[in-house]
Design a binder for this molecule. Structure first.
Ligand SMILES: NC(=O)c1ccc[n+]([C@@H]2O[C@H](COP(=O)([O-])OP(=O)(O)OC[C@H]3O[C@@H](n4cnc5c(N)ncnc54)[C@H](OP(=O)(O)O)[C@@H]3O)[C@@H](O)[C@H]2O)c1
Length: 287
């Protein structure tokens, strides 16, 4: 199978390229240099020319706070270019997997969000991603859309790497404990996406690692596991703080746990817990 991956240099795109190659597929990695998503027509042309069996759209404007003051770019990349990807794939009759986010929900629910729960994005990034999903669905109702959350991987920047850096420099870390979600490792996300592709799945699915955590819980676990694995850790304390104690330009959902019943049934195998996945990620970082 020939699979084109956009955002191939990002956290998820990079991991997906590696695992698809390992599984024996032909991979076309598309990076910003080959197709800048701020120019949707070029993206459309590049994807139409490649005619891959599957296109996985991992490219996104993911700077959640920066998006608040750069709304135009966030919407061009996350909505207009996502539409251009769908136009191109629909044009030659290929399959599309579009990656989306837990942030399309407002976080006011107290039980996990199902695929058909009402979206109510809070910030610019969230609005632009929701608009991207809608554009993709409008053009390709049969497209596969997978929402994930709290992504971390050995490639790129993420919360795990930030905590490791700060824990090596400081005695104390102060971390928000009133935002709840499910940390998710790119290795497990990529495996789930590949399984869905191999099944020719379509429609919307939620995938995260199992279990829930606050950012504080996650930070405590990162430091504990990193210490066991021999990472340099100076921090003696992690202090929980409320979101109000760490103001950010973008509002974030307080609770964005995704319901996984649908994807559990599709995969037919257990999904690793976030803590187990964290250890896998840390081991990968070490090598
Ligand atoms: N990160 C999370 O916590 C999280 C949570 C839920 C859902 N998601 C979704 O998961 C998907 C993958 O995210 P990720 O964590 O892998 O993000 P990431 O590491 O930030 O990767 C995003 C990719 O998009 C590319 N990109 C950004 N602007 C571009 C442009 N103008 N033209 C071409 N490429 C551009 C980046 O290219 P460069 O490498 O050149 O910058 C990068 O390769 C996205 O759809 C995201 O919305 C992420």
């Amino acid at each position: 199978m020939k699979v084109l991956i956009t955002g191939a240099g990002g956290q998820l795109g990079h991991e997906l390229c590696a695992r698809l190659l390992q599984a024996g597929h032909a991979v076309i990695p598309l990076t910003r240099a080959e197709a800048d998503f701020t120019c949707p027509e070029r993206v459309r042309d590049a994807i139409a020319a490649a005619k891959a069996d599957w296109v996985v759209n991992c490219a996104a404007y993911t700077a959640v706070d920066k998006a608040e003051s750069d709304s135009a770019t966030a919407f061009i990349v996350n909505r207009d270019a996502a539409r251009a990807v769908a136009e191109a794939v629909a044009g030659y009759g290929g399959h599309l997997l579009h990656v989306s986010t837990d942030f399309i929900f407002d976080g006011t629910q107290s039980h996990p969000y199902r695929e058909d729960d009402l979206a109510n994005p809070l910030g610019v990034y969230a609005h632009s991603k929701w608009a991207g999903e809608q554009a993709v669905r409008e053009l390709m109702p049969e497209a596969l859309i997978v929402r994930t959350a709290w992504v971390h991987g050995a490639q790129g920047n993420n919360f795990v790497k930030t905590m490791l850096r700060l824990a090596a420099e400081r005695d104390e870390l102060r971390v928000v404990d009133d935002q709840i979600g499910s940390p998710s490792w790119t290795g497990d996300i990529a495996d789930a996406l590949i399984a869905l592709i191999q099944q020719d799945a379509h429609g919307c699915f939620h995938f995260t690692n199992e279990g829930v955590a606050s950012w504080y819980d996650f930070a405590v676990a990162i430091i504990a596991e990193a210490r066991v694995l021999g990472f340099p850790i100076k921090a003696q304390r992690v202090t929980p703080i409320p979101t109000s104690g760490y103001p950010t330009p973008a509002r974030r959902p307080a609770y964005s746990v995704l319901d996984k019943q649908k994807i559990r049934a599709a995969l037919g195998r257990p999904i690793p817990h976030w803590r187990e996945a964290l250890v896998s990620m840390l081991r990968e970082l070490q090598t």
